[in-house]
Ligand binder design. Structure first.
Ligand code: UD1
Length: 379
């Protein structure tokens, strides 16, 4: 049996919970060898190391240590270093048969571009999502990644429609479900058994969780200040726990807004949290207020109302079937929705099909089956 060598790439926080179940599912295929490559886009212990530990993911086989930088510089560093890794081949010898990338971060785009230029096929997990908003760096990453990848693994039906409309051949598309929800389902009991709520003195169902890190919300002082005013107001009625992403913290400091937030009654500020403490918080919250893509999906899977601080979403199923509402950065809309949550009149939502904890198994099966067919053709 010929071995199949996969280069599996992670770089930033939201990648880890998608790659972990996939590596585990691939262990069922003895012919598949995986090399785990971490670009180092995220390098802080709280944004990276803790996830490897808590998700039970093995340490990276190769670390590129690219660090932070402007988009062009960061992408270029990954391109250069990842190209060298691909040319070198897997640590055990041979050549890479395929690169596997997940999500929509700069690491996803750069790894795909390097592979495509070397003629190595790319599988993209979480393909087809489109916000139709090119001011988002992630939208550019999604479009370019999908146009270069030859195996497109899709989490929700809108992704299939988008890819077909863009002219991708149907035989390259696979509706496999949401691999991030595999991790959520596996670790929910462990997360909920933690004492996170006691430590921050919150009671189940009687607080909200806030996260904020998108450039559109945190890079302009006026937008950020306006959002914070509403959150400060909300926190008087419903305590809010706010784990602050390093980029948001830097902006808050820079704009002189951090002290206002610290002084707000009912506001619990925390550093960014590990996977388990964060899931413990979100899964027992009354409401989630966020601009994160992943959290829109996790709240839908958990059945917790999610007020999304964005004018659009690349994950429409979280609005049509799930618990998310797009409130943009409109204070009136946010207040209205919060009232509905507190009155018990907010919509219920349901968990989309194929968000069942088995997506990684489906992806592993597609990867192994396709590779077997390719090697039969090559023979
Ligand atoms: C990246 C992703 C975004 C994802 C988010 C999750 C892109 C374009 N964006 O955004 O889609 O939702 O990760 O967190 O890829 N920093 C640290 N420590 C780190 C890494 C970053 O302090 O370990 C700080 C640095 O000041 C850095 C800033 O955060 O400049 C932004 O980091 P970057 O990876 O460029 O983007 P994120 O905002 O984290």
């Amino acid at each position: 049996m010929t071995a199949l060598n996969l280069a599996c790439v992670v770089g930033a926080r939201p990648n880890f919970m998608k790659m972990a179940p996939l590596l585990r599912a691939l262990e069922a295929y003895p012919e598949v060898r995986t090399t785990l490559i971490h670009t180092g886009q995220h390098y802080d212990a709280q944004l990276s190391d803790i996830f490897f530990e808590e998700l039970g993911m093995r340490r990276p086989d190769i670390s590129l240590e690219v660090g932070s930088g402007k988009h062009g510089a960061q992408t270029a560093r990954i391109l250069e270093r990842f190209e060298a890794v691909l040319e070198e081949g897997p640590p055990g010898g041979g050549r890479y048969d395929r690169v596997v990338v997940v999500g929509d971060v700069n690491s996803t785009l750069a790894a795909t571009l390097a592979a495509a230029k070397l003629g190595i096929p790319v599988a993209h997990v979480e393909a087809g999502l489109r916000s139709f908003d090119r001011s988002m760096p992630e939208e550019i990453n999604r479009i370019v990644t999908d146009s270069l990848a030859d195996m497109l693994l899709v989490s929700e039906p809108a992704g299939m429609d988008n890819l077909l409309r863009e002219g991708h051949a149907e035989e390259r598309l696979y509706l496999v479900g949401n691999v991030m929800i595999d991790t959520l389902r596996r670790l929910l009991p462990k997360a909920q058994s933690r004492d996170t709520l006691e430590r921050v003195r919150l009671k189940k169902g009687r607080y909200g969780v806030v996260t904020l890190h998108r450039p559109a919300n945190v890079d302009e002082p006026e937008t950020l200040a306006r959002l914070l005013e509403v959150l400060v107001e909300v926190a008087r009625d419903l305590p809010l726990v706010f784990p602050i992403h390093p980029r948001t913290e830097a902006r808050l400091q820079h704009f002189g807004l951090l002290d206002r937030l610290k002084a707000a009654p009912g506001m619990v500020l925390l550093p960014s949290q590990g996977y388990l403490d964060f899931l413990c918080l979100t899964s027992q919250a009354r409401v989630i207020i966020t601009d994160s893509g992943g959290l829109q999906e996790e709240s839908t899977a958990l059945g917790i109302p999610c007020l999304t601080l964005r004018p659009n979403t690349e994950r429409p199923i979280t609005v049509h079937e799930g618990t998310s509402t797009l409130v943009s950065s409109d204070p009136k809309r946010l207040r209205q929705c919060l009232r509905a949550v507190l009155d018990g009149t907010y919509k219920q939502g349901r968990c989309p099909s194929l968000w069942d904890g088995q997506a990684a198994e489906r992806i592993a099966e597609v990867l192994a089956r396709t590779a077997a067919a390719e090697s039969r053709r090559a023979a």
